[in-house]
Design a protein around this ligand. Structure first.
Ligand code: NAD
Length: 438
């Protein structure tokens, strides 16, 4: 090959690479959160100064935790806390412990927390935290050390009036209890409202453990009314059979007579067109750590599960599962996003064109943070509500938020994710303006 031919070949390769990069979908979580924000600002007509003021966290902290493991070895973990926006109140957001945790994901989740608390109109801002680790491989002693170390590193930056953590993927009430205890040791007085999702005897709220699912179900009930379709006997698919996913399956089965035809977890999915008993699936997972292998069900992959024909599809695991690649193969009437960030902006467009009603993540899964807010309020007064009182108040908040979202989507002729963004942005921007930040 002559030198000229080699140069032309190189140029062709570079052009092709650029084309491929442009063609592939950007799945970086924080880029997606920023793109959604940008799209919403564009719809309403907010200028670039407003976008810039909202497109990064107020503060982002990265920490390192080195600890001795049970086998005597030393291990270093990386942790994060992203405090996104505090204009509407103390920041609020869960702590995720997962091997795939990253700075980008924590920032994205903290942005979505900001829009979530604004969408349901509770007086809080948004934050999120995480540690890159695999809790499934750690002993209870190791988990406790990790929880306490995380709080020691961040104690000056959190507090009931500053930033209030909670559980998220692979963290639970026991981990919250250790974290609260460590914080109280540092400040030397009781402060239960520093953290939510605590066990009941330590000031947790009745109904907190099922609140994300319960709140999601209130929005599903409203969406079904809008589509004039009867939930009784409808086919439901749930991806992710953890806290949010297993509870939503049980509530839809018990309260609305839904037919749960498929569920999954990180090891795969199970299917039975005649219906899966959600309690048997939960018991099987409890015994074997997975839903896979439940008697009377066929195995299928998480990808196949998402493309099953059904009435209601509920992603309740992780982000980026409905993308440009599979959006046109989704075959349902309603998508209720209990997971954070399951759908990419390209997929949103396709789903809107196909006429699928999406209840977007930061509306659909806001039941968790709403009952966390109730837990903070109960903690302040040391006066606790019954589960019935909690769920009545939750129903009012979720139904109002769903109705305002749909109103905005219709007004701007857009999908519900943008409708929810429009409400949230207006509230956050208004608070920032009143404080003189804008
Ligand atoms: P969890 O840890 O209780 O459960 C997560 C489940 O997802 C597990 O069953 C796990 O096996 C499964 N999973 C993991 N990777 C998977 C994969 N690749 N495919 C299919 N399943 C997979 O977590 P959770 O609290 O139920 O949270 C689930 C989602 O809901 C997350 O996106 C979380 O941010 C969101 N969420 C949870 C709450 C809450 O209060 N728990 C509140 C708001 C949003």
């Amino acid at each position: 090959m002559s030198e000229t031919e080699q140069n032309s070949f190189r140029k062709r390769i570079i052009k092709l690479t650029i084309k491929l990069i442009k063609m592939s979908e950007n799945l970086d979580p924080f880029s997606i959160a920023q793109q959604q924000l940008y799209n919403a600002c564009k719809i309403v007509g907010y200028d670039s100064d407003i976008y810039n003021a909202l497109s990064e966290p107020e503060r982002f902290v990265q920490i390192k935790i080195t600890m001795k493991m049970d086998d005597g070895s030393l291990k270093t973990f990386q942790g994060f806390r992203s405090q996104y926006n505090s204009a509407r109140g103390p920041m609020k957001g869960g702590i995720r412990w997962h091997p795939d945790e990253s700075a980008s994901l924590v920032k994205a989740l903290s942005a979505w927390m900001t829009w979530k608390t604004a969408c349901v109109d509770i007086p809080l801002g948004g934050a999120k935290g995480g540690i890159i680790c695999n809790p499934k491989e750690m002993s209870n002693r190791e988990l406790e050390i990790l929880a306490r170390s995380y709080i020691r590193q961040l104690a000056d930056l959190i507090g009931p009036s500053i930033d209030v953590p909670a559980p998220d993927v692979y963290t639970n009430p026991q981990i919250m209890a250790w974290m609260m205890d460590e914080y109280e040791k540092i400040i030397r007085h009781h402060s239960p409202s520093v953290i939510t999702g605590k066990p009941l005897p330590l000031g947790g709220s009745a109904g907190r453990s099922i609140s994300t699912a319960k709140g999601g179900v209130f929005t599903i009930r409203e969406a079904a009314k809008d589509l004039d379709f009867n939930l009784n006997g409808s086919d439901v698919v749930v991806q992710g059979y953890g806290n949010a996913g297993s509870w939503v399956a049980k509530i839809l089965h018990d309260d609305f007579g839904c037919n749960i035809i498929a569920v999954s977890d990180s090891r795969g999915g199970i299917y039975n067109e005649n219906g899966i008993n959600p309690y048997e699936a939960a018991n099987h997972k409890e015994r074997t750590s997975t839903v896979v292998g439940l008697k009377g069900t066929k195995e299928l992959s998480n990808e196949e599960l998402l493309e099953l024909e059904c009435d209601l599809l509920i992603p309740a695991a992780l982000e980026n599962v409905i993308t440009r690649e599979n959006a046109d193969k989704i075959n349902c009437k309603i998508i209720a996003e209990l997971a954070n960030g399951p759908t990419t902006p390209d997929a949103d467009k396709t789903l809107f064109e196909k006429g699928i009603l999406v209840i977007p993540d930061f509306l659909c899964n806001a039941g968790g943070v709403t009952v966390s807010y109730f837990e903070m309020v109960q903690g302040y007064y040391r006066y606790f509500w019954t589960e019935t009182e909690v769920f009545e108040a939750l129903d009012r908040v979720m139904t109002r938020a769903y109705r305002s979202t749909v109103k905005q989507s219709k007004k701007f002729n857009t999908h519900n994710r943008m409708g929810a963004y429009i409400i949230s942005l207006e509230r956050v921007i208004n608070a920032m303006r009143l404080r003189g930040w804008l």
